[in-house]
Design a binder for this molecule. Structure first.
Ligand code: UDP
Length: 385
């Protein structure tokens, strides 16, 4: 049966130039495109470890539909040619780990703004559609967090739900370099929007709200640097695997909504295959029903990991740590992130399905299967030497 879009029109096979295809989101998107669609992917990245299973052996059923190009978009003259060859460009390339925002602010700004400029320019000049990955961090802090602690308005969704077309972007002062990322992302969003308004660029902007799942970031000392600090899912997984305490930054009071990567990828596929519904829009993609504090996340992950690993939890599973000690000078935090879902619902009929418990269960099962042995080995070695 021919595949059809949301309006019943047949979907024609596309060639997609995916920049940053070797990362967490790219790897899941490539998997989905290979197994469920006829589209071709030109996969651009500096690494391909997370998509190697899709590239070889040569006799995979989608052989030839995915092609890896080892390219750093900072300086490679092949970029424009690859964008020209494609119907659609998806830009996922970026530094997006908070530990880098205040410690490597220049790299953060260059990677999220300067390096994205040629991509936007080539799409605009060659009349190619662009799906650009931004972040929920462009909202910054909620209005509600500036109200007095006991104000009843803090309970009013008008003061905290984040809406694409009406919420302001509220960042901290310049010396809080945490916001270098959000600010760079905001400016590239504005530039893309302006290319749409002035030059007719067909664009879609995606604002992911804490997408999590297998292959996210890295486990320090196993498939990433020992001193590296990934995002919270990998930090907590690492601690659980090593039987160490989970560190709660400034008491773990910040709130997040987590969405399962596989649910979020469904939304991206709808955008890819429904250009008339997706073009010109900015979409929140998250799960407003999966809200927890970071402390609650730690407790839930600890409980699930006991079940997955068969090992009892530590007597005191968490420890508080100041943000200055954990991230260094210049860290600041988003207090709360609840995505408004009206626009994505109306345009694409998308809703997330997976509960926080279920998504942590499958993700921790994956983490345990993938890393437990390797961690045991490095720990025995360290003990013996
Ligand atoms: N966090 C924490 N312990 C960790 C790692 C992160 O308490 O080991 C906190 C961090 O301060 C933030 C939240 O967890 O409040 C989510 O952090 P993440 O790095 O996943 O990214 P963010 O959602 O801030 O973009």
């Amino acid at each position: 049966m021919a595949r059809v879009d949301l309006d019943g029109n047949p979907i024609r096979p596309l060639t997609i130039c995916m920049i940053g295809a070797g990362g967490f989101i790219g790897s899941h998107l490539c998997e989905k495109l290979m197994s469920e669609t006829p589209h071709k992917v030109l996969a651009l990245d500096v690494y391909n470890d997370k998509i190697r299973h899709l590239l070889d052996p040569e006799d995979l059923p989608w052989n030839g539909r995915i092609q890896f190009h080892r390219i750093n978009i900072k300086h490679d003259s092949r970029l424009e040619g690859l964008i020209k060859m494609s119907d659609l460009t998806i830009n996922l390339a970026a530094i997006c780990t908070p530990a880098d925002y205040n410690t490597r602010p220049l790299d953060t700004i260059y990677s999220n703004f300067i390096d994205a400029l040629p991509v936007v320019k080539y799409c605009s000049e060659n009349n190619k559609r662009l799906i650009h990955f931004s972040t929920c961090e462009v909202y910054g802090k909620t209005i509600g967090c500036f109200l007095p602690k006991d104000s009843p308005l803090r309970q009013d969704p008008d003061y905290y739900v984040l809406k694409e077309d009406s919420s302001p972007c509220i960042f901290g002062p310049i010396e809080k370099q945490r916001w270098s990322y959000a600010c760079a992302k905001q400016l590239i969003e504005r530039l893309i929007y302006a290319e749409g308004a002035e030059n007719g660029l067909e664009f879609t902007i995606v604002r992911p709200f804490n997408w999590i799942g297998p292959r996210m970031d890295f486990i320090p000392g196993i498939d990433g640097p020992s001193e590296g600090v990934p995002r919270v899912l990998a930090c907590f997984s690492n601690a659980l695997l090593r039987r160490e305490q989970l560190k709660l930054v400034d008491g773990g009071q910040s709130q997040r909504t987590f969405v399962y990567i596989k649910d979020a990828i469904e939304a991206v596929l709808l955008m890819i295959e429904n250009p008339t519904r997706a073009n010109g829009h900015i979409f929140n993609v998250g799960n407003p029903n999966n809200e927890v504090t970071v402390r609650q996340l730690a407790e839930m992950m600890t409980e699930i990991y006991v079940k997955v690993s068969g090992e009892p939890a530590l007597e005191v599973p968490t420890v508080d740590i100041s943000s200055k000690e954990f991230y260094g000078e210049g860290y600041d935090d988003s207090d709360k992130r609840i995505p408004d879902m009206t626009i994505i619902n109306k345009q694409l009929g998308w809703n997330p399905k997976t509960s926080l418990w279920d998504l942590l269960d499958s993700t921790l099962t994956y983490q345990h299967k993938t890393y437990a042995e390797a961690i045991k080995k490095t720990m025995t070695k360290a003990f013996a030497s």
